[in-house]
Design a protein around this ligand. Structure first.
Ligand code: GTP
Ligand code: MG
Length: 418
């Protein structure tokens, strides 16, 4: 399956069911009272973390995701059923933004973690629930609230404990296939691996997630080789295994080149705990003592092909992981706090165009959606709600006079003042 790490989609949460307006009409009940039940809530859409998923490919073919509507309220005081929520399984490290990427909505970092992306509408109240002292028998009910409709940009930044980095063909894929259940393609030509692969490494009673990443080359940060398209997947590995090829002309120089690339992309990557591995040691056993970089105690010599040195390596990885800082996630990123603040809801807005007063706004829209405009009583209630919100007063301030036209979404009203 293709590796997809960016998709756009549109979500429609379910509308709440309408409340019911009905009356009790039984033989032995002396006074029939309101008897209409509430509508059920509309279904929400959640993303849910799945450690078995590696890409956003599933979402690519689900451009529109819809959740079910709540059931309408019924007579005899029966409430409509709430709709089931819709769950979309996504890989760990899935980040959700609004369409223009100006607002951070959330991120899924754990298996089975749920992220609410589009909330279902509340069910409308039936006339049992709407009765008050002043109006003990309302002949109307609320309509269900619309479900949230959102257009989102979804991005995957692989979340793994350990990431394999290094030049192409140094043996990263061979190593992950030896240590884990992952079975990536292995070949002697460069750029065999075109996208990240995750594998679970089990060591006695512990385990960690290892990511095999596409090979880096000099100037990757400027778009050479596979470029920075995959550098972002390195960002969130807690520990790096930097793989060097022992049969290369100068493994020490290779090491420095890759470090330079990391630095050019993001200097903080240089501080990430790192384990240096010299692979293909089977090809040049006699050379080992000469290789500069091996003078450093921290280098572990292995042969992924012949499976030598792997036990020492995995135990060392566990030690380093114990000391490594927690993974970086978007939630900890301060920049996003401002995104969240930008998401304001408005009560109402008045605009005057061609002698007509146009009303809009989030809260107003909700009250409007709840109103059943076929019922006089419901319309009167809506007018009362607007007055409480201060709409009448604001209209007066804007110069509205008795008899002027006020337009709320598709409906036109006459402004009745005094
Ligand atoms: N002799 C020897 N060959 C190895 C060893 N490890 C890997 N190779 C060979 O090196 C070649 C490249 O191996 P890969 O595992 O595909 O390398 P890679 O680092 O994943 O390469 P890219 O995906 O292109 O970045 C293959 O022909 C492997 O068989 C080793 O320990 N010894
Ligand atoms: Mg590979």
């Amino acid at each position: 399956m293709a590796f997809i790490d960016e998709v756009y989609c549109e979500l429609f949460a379910g509308r709440g069911g309408n409340g019911m307006a009905s009356f009790r009409r039984e033989k032995y009940v002396e006074f029939g009272g309101p008897w209409g039940g509430n509508g059920g809530h509309g279904g929400s859409i959640y993303f849910i973390g799945d450690e078995g998923k590696q890409t956003l490919a599933d979402l690519r073919y689900k451009k529109h995701i819809r959740a079910d509507q709540g059931e309408h309220g019924k007579s005899k005081g029966m409430h409509g059923k709430n709709a089931e929520h819709t769950y979309i399984r996504v890989p760990l490290g899935t980040i959700v933004y609004d369409e223009k990427k100006t607002r951070f909505i959330g991120e899924v970092t754990h298996h089975e973690e749920k992220l609410l992306v589009a909330k279902g509408g509340k069910g409308g109240r039936g006339n049992i629930d709407l009765k008050t002292h002043r109006n003990p028998a309302p002949n109307m009910a609320e309509k269900g609230d619309p479900g949230e409709h959102v257009k989102i940009h979804v991005e995957l930044k692989v979340l793994a404990d350990v990431g394999l980095i290094g030049f192409p063909s140094v043996g990263k894929s061979t190593l992950i296939s030896r240590l884990s259940n992952a079975r990536p393609k292995i070949a002697s030509y460069p750029f065999t691996t075109l996208s990240p692969n995750l594998g679970m490494v089990e060591v006695e009673d512990r385990s960690f997630v290892l990511a095999d990443l596409p090979g880096l080359v000099e100037n990757a940060h400027q778009g050479f080789g596979l470029g920075i398209r995959f550098l972002k997947h390195i960002e969130r590995c807690r520990v790096f295994i930097h793989v060097l090829d022992a049969s290369s002309d100068d493994p020490g120089k290779d090491y420095q080149s890759i470090r330079k690339e990391l630095e050019a992309y993001d200097p903080s990557l240089l501080d990430r705990p790192e384990i240096i591995v010299l692979n293909k040691i089977d090809l040049c056993e006699e050379r080992v003592p000469e290789i500069d970089i091996l003078q450093d105690d921290d280098v572990i010599a292995i042969s992924a092909l012949k499976k030598t040195g792997l036990d020492v390596l995995v135990h060392h990885v566990l030690d380093v992981l114990d000391r490594a800082p927690a993974p970086t996630t978007e939630q900890q990123n301060d920049d996003h706090k401002t995104y969240v603040l930008e998401h304001k809801t408005t009560d109402f807005v008045i605009e005057k165009k061609d002698e007509i007063f146009h009303l809009s706004g989030d809260k107003l829209k909700l009250l409007f959606e709840r109103t059943d405009f076929t019922k006089d009583e419901a319309i009167r209630r809506f007018a009362r709600q607007l007055r409480h919100m201060g709409v009448d007063e604001a209209l007066r301030k804007e110069g509205a006079k008795h008899g002027d036209i006020v337009k709320i979404f598709d409906f036109e009203f006459e402004f009745l003042d005094g």
